[in-house]
Write a protein that binds this ligand. Structure first.
Ligand SMILES: [Zn+2]
Ligand SMILES: [Zn+2]
Length: 289
């Protein structure tokens, strides 16, 4: 069986391994293909694709865009995107600026709470990649203000925490359109984080998103229960959505998840990649509508 992973992160966003290292670990995990899907950036893709050629792993260029969805977290994966034409990069630069503005605001709030961490410290802990809350959490840990990584989010950084700062996000319609414009396949990540509460509500939302151009749904995922996977599979079939899946590997920033070993790994076979490719071919040039 040829296994795959269509959802991974590197130091280009909030993963702990460089793109090249993620590909090496995919090789070690016995994967034939993997997608690098960093949050709101395609900066790691060139390195990952070069490493893929070297290690004999098919690297699918991807991205994971955070979309605005009140009450829950909506992430949209873009698979097989064209990362070389500069178009998507330009759109994502808006998010990069918003993120750059957000971190100092969080640090200022922490300072206001009597915690004297600095942006320099946070930047150093990011190892040169995208700076975000995980790096602020590490600074808190380093300073002894918390005892564990999750505590940073529970006590300060989570969306109910006193140092939370609202994040700019594209509306789902725009996130989907950006991926389509870059020739990619938009797929809804980990549907349970939408916090919809019922299968009926999820189905209705998927119908709406499909009208906006959504083409797939992440059925297999490291944190999905068997019941969730069965539901998402059923909805994918009913609505004619492509099936994707992956671990959401973040390296040491999510140490319980490793490449090639997720509980439902046997479901993630190369046939899913073939179905994605067949869909793209069917769309032909129309995919860039
Ligand atoms: Zn996600
Ligand atoms: Zn992810």
């Amino acid at each position: 069986m040829e296994l795959i992973d269509l959802h991974t992160h590197s130091t280009a966003s909030d993963g702990s391994f460089a793109p090249r290292e993620v590909v090496r670990l995919a090789r070690e995990g016995g994967l034939r293909a993997m997608a690098l899907t960093d949050h709101d950036t395609i900066e790691g893709l060139a390195e990952a694709i070069a490493a893929g050629a070297e290690y004999g792993v098919e690297v699918i260029p991807g991205v994971e865009i955070s979309a605005f969805f009140p009450g829950g977290t909506m992430h949209i994966l873009g698979l097989f995107i064209d990362y070389t034409d500069g178009l998507l990069d330009k759109r994502l630069a808006v998010l990069k600026q918003a993120r750059a503005d957000r971190n100092p605001q969080i640090v200022a709030k922490l300072n206001g709470l009597g915690i004297p961490i600095t942006m320099e410290q946070v930047r150093r802990l990011s190892g040169g990649g995208q700076v975000g809350r995980p790096h602020i959490a590490r600074a808190l840990l380093e300073g002894g203000y918390i005892r564990s990584f999750p505590e940073a989010f529970d006590k300060f950084l989570g969306n109910r925490g006193p140092a939370y700062v609202e994040k700019f996000r594209f509306p789902p319609k725009e996130a989907i359109a950006m991926i389509r414009e870059a020739g990619g396949i938009p797929a809804l990540s980990h549907p349970f984080t939408l916090d919809l509460g019922s299968a009926y509500a999820l189905k209705n939302l998927l119908i709406e998103l499909k009208d906006l151009g959504l083409a797939g749904i992440e059925v297999f995922y490291s944190d999905h229960t068997p019941e969730q996977m069965a539901l998402y599979l059923k909805l994918a079939r009913e609505l004619g959505l492509l099936i994707t899946g992956g671990s959401d590997f973040h390296g040491q920033n999510k140490p319980e998840v490793t490449l090639g070993t997720m509980p439902c790994q046997s479901k993630l076979t190369y046939e899913l990649v073939e179905a994605l490719k067949a869909w793209r071919e069917e769309q032909g040039s129309g995919v860039r509508g």
